[in-house]
Design a protein around this ligand. Structure first.
Ligand code: PLP
Length: 293
């Protein structure tokens, strides 16, 4: 199965007059989940290790579960997903529609994302894996989750970008997407600066300290330093609340996490253009949104 190329939308200077923004619309991936590539990479790696595996189980805050369910349905594999009760009902329903069995852990903060929920979901996934003979997929530590963005997403960006990328901005969950993108762009000869975005309340990327807190940006901000970011030099890390003005593009409507990244660009553009010169090119990873009908 081929990887699908997502649009790289040139927002020009509409986000801020001092930078040019390129938005990689990952919500346009099949299944609508930004984790479509990651899920495919984790499954491919697991099948290479265990060609006869019967099914997989993974902890998720929603998007990995949707993408895994999508792939497993096509591969004829059993898919069990462990997540918090706080994961929006629509997302859980989507996983079930795609044939996944959804198991939940109690929410630390009902209706909100919390890193401790994902930790407990991870322990539940381990137990289900042991008891039911399923292969546990671990996006948090599996290097396949980085390699796919290095070898696929970054190459797409290099082929699509009209100018070299100076800065990559991404909201961080496992850190696999940001780490892979930066590595891949470096491999292609540009050395972009990495800017990480986390929920305002969490403050882990900004301080290096564990600090799980409830927030509204599902999929990111676990409050623990992600192992995938160990080898990435973060130029900057910023915290943002999850309540930004909606925006419409020809390719759809960005979601709260994408809007949080755009907010960081708005705030930082003057400082970045002082350091990097006018019209620095900023790549933003559009990890959530909905296509317009
Ligand atoms: C909406 C959204 N944005 C960003 C991310 C972060 O991606 P990564 O885990 O690669 O850091 C996720 C992860 O699930 C997500 O669901």
């Amino acid at each position: 199965m081929a990887y699908h190329m997502t649009p790289l939308v040139d927002l020009g200077t509409s986000v801020h007059p001092q930078v040019r923004v390129l938005l990689k619309a990952e919500w346009m991936l099949p299944s609508g989940s930004t984790k479509w590539r990651t899920a495919r990479a984790l499954l491919t790696a697991a099948l290479a290790r265990e060609p006869d595996l019967e099914g997989v189980v993974a902890a998720t805050s929603g998007n990995l579960g949707v993408a895994l369910a999508w792939h497993c349905e096509r591969l004829g594999l059993r898919c069990v997903v462990a997540c918090s009760e706080a994961v929006p009902a629509g997302k859980r329903a989507r996983m079930e529609q795609l044939g996944a069995e959804v198991r939940t852990v109690t929410a630390e903060a009902p209706g909100r994302m919390h890193g401790r929920d994902l930790y407990r979901a991870g322990r539940l996934a381990d137990r289900i894996g042991r008891e039911q003979g399923l292969t546990v997929l671990r996006q948090w530590t599996d290097l396949a989750a980085v390699a796919v963005h290095r070898d696929v997403t970054a190459r797409e960006v290099s082929a699509q970008a009209p100018v070299p990328v100076d800065i990559v901005v991404a909201a961080v969950g496992s850190g696999g997407t940001l780490a892979g993108l930066v590595q891949g762009l470096c491999d292609s000869g540009v050395s972009p600066k990495a800017v990480a975005v986390e929920p305002e309340a969490v403050k882990t990327l900004r301080t290096g300290r564990n600090n799980p807190q409830p927030h509204d940006l599902f999929g990111v901000g676990l409050g623990v330093m992600p192992p995938h970011l160990r080898d990435v030099v973060l130029w900057e890390a910023w915290g943002v609340p999850g309540d930004h003005a909606p925006m419409e593009l020809a390719q759809g409507r960005p979601g709260p996490t994408t809007l949080a990244c755009l907010e960081v660009i708005r705030r930082r553009a003057p400082a970045w253009s002082r350091t990097l010169g006018p019209r620095a090119c900023v790549l933003v990873l559009g990890s959530d949104g909905i296509p317009l009908p």
